[in-house]
Design a protein around this ligand. Sequence first.
Ligand SMILES: [Zn+2]
Length: 164
Amino acid sequence: MNVLLCTACGHRLTEPLRRLPELPERPEYDGLPGPDGSRHAPPTVPRGTYAVDPEPSGAPFVPHPDPDWAGAGIPGLCMADPDGDGFLMSAGPCDTLVTHPEDSAGRLSFNPESTEVGCCGATGDKGPNQLCGRCGTVVATLFSDCYVPYEIHFLPDAARVSPV
Ligand SMILES: [Zn+2]
């Protein structure tokens, strides 16, 4: 098993996790409240696991070169280009570490400088919104709103994998 540690200060950011061979396909979500009343998608990875996302993830977002492309900037969320006709795509880091949000309960804090506006949770569309709970370094982006996946992406430079 591994844990993720803050690269800056060594603070433990997750429960013990087992690496999955690849990022699972994101589950469908009907938008209805879960058994506990929460309004978020089913988790992308199960509790106690993590996976590496080889695709660019999160901010910054840039215009897609094809103006007819109508894909999602983050999974589940199309982001119109405020300065053009097309949509934005992620130009964020590859190889983010994807975890179940509840495996970091009490270990992170919300970035007070984030300008995102969600309805049921964190949208993650304004950049990394999670800080190390000890030193305050920006470490991850939480997605937990009702129209985005339910996952945390740790920045590959800000979190390191350590065996336990
Ligand atoms: Zn730290």
